[in-house]
Write a new protein. Structure first.
Length: 233
């Protein structure tokens, strides 16, 4: 199995920085409260200086969504949606310790962080333009068809695991109590994206190793090293 961005994605978005974290041994009983509080405090401090829409990380995603023909205030990247809710409500709902941790890291860095249950991915996972015949399962159980040309996370079986790039993940590969092995993907396009994604993946790997009996593996992707091969076993 592997994860990659299609060549066309790197050509169309040369500013893209992407990193992955692969981990096994995930369980639903870890106490992620302390790191969640730390990352939340970082996000709160950043939001104290202005709205999430003013952050360079979010502005870069808004420009990218506009480039893709999407209205940025109608379709927001995942980190902007999280920051917006956090600013309004002061906290995010607890779902699963891994999801809660990744959401907190996304808040602190203002970078979209996607988490996929590897057991629900068939063969490969690729960020590419949709052909229009892929299937997308919503969290409510409905099936949708991404528009032709839409940027999706697609596996080898033609299932879309995320729509509009970083806008909305699928319920099919969402983390649940039975999830044990995950692929975490962070993507950014702002001026310091490469350094920030590198730091984010390193920090997240350290947190995973501290909370679970996991041995996280990380990688930074680029046009020259676009594919991450899932470790055997």
């Amino acid at each position: 199995m592997y994860f990659q961005h299609a060549d066309q994605m790197w050509t169309e978005h040369p500013e893209l920085a992407a990193g992955v974290v692969f981990a096994t041994g995930i369980t639903p009983d870890a106490d992620a409260g302390p790191p969640i509080a730390r990352f939340g405090a970082t996000a709160e401090a950043r939001l104290a200086t202005g709205a999430e829409s003013e952050l360079p990380e979010i502005q870069a995603w808004r420009r990218t969504f506009s480039k893709m023909g999407l209205k940025p205030t109608q379709y927001r990247c995942a980190s902007e949606s999280l920051l917006r809710r956090f600013r309004k409500e002061g906290a995010l709902p607890r779902i699963h310790p891994l999801i809660d941790l990744c959401n907190a890291v996304s808040l602190a860095y203002a970078i979209p962080v996607a988490v996929f249950d590897v057991a629900e991915v068939t063969g490969s996972l690729e960020v590419r333009h949709a052909a229009g015949d892929e299937s997308y399962l919503t969290f409510s159980g409905e099936t949708e068809r991404p528009e032709p040309g839409e940027v999706i996370f697609a596996d080898a079986a033609g299932r879309a695991h995320a729509r509009r790039w970083t806008n909305r993940q699928s319920g099919r590969s969402a983390v649940r109590d039975k999830t044990a092995t995950v692929l975490i993907v962070a993507e950014a396009l702002h001026d310091t994206a490469a350094d920030d994604v590198r730091e984010l993946t390193d920090v997240l790997a350290d947190e995973l190793a501290a909370l679970w009996p996991a041995r996280p593996e990380t990688a930074l992707l680029s046009p020259a090293a676009a594919r991450f091969e899932f470790p055997a076993g």
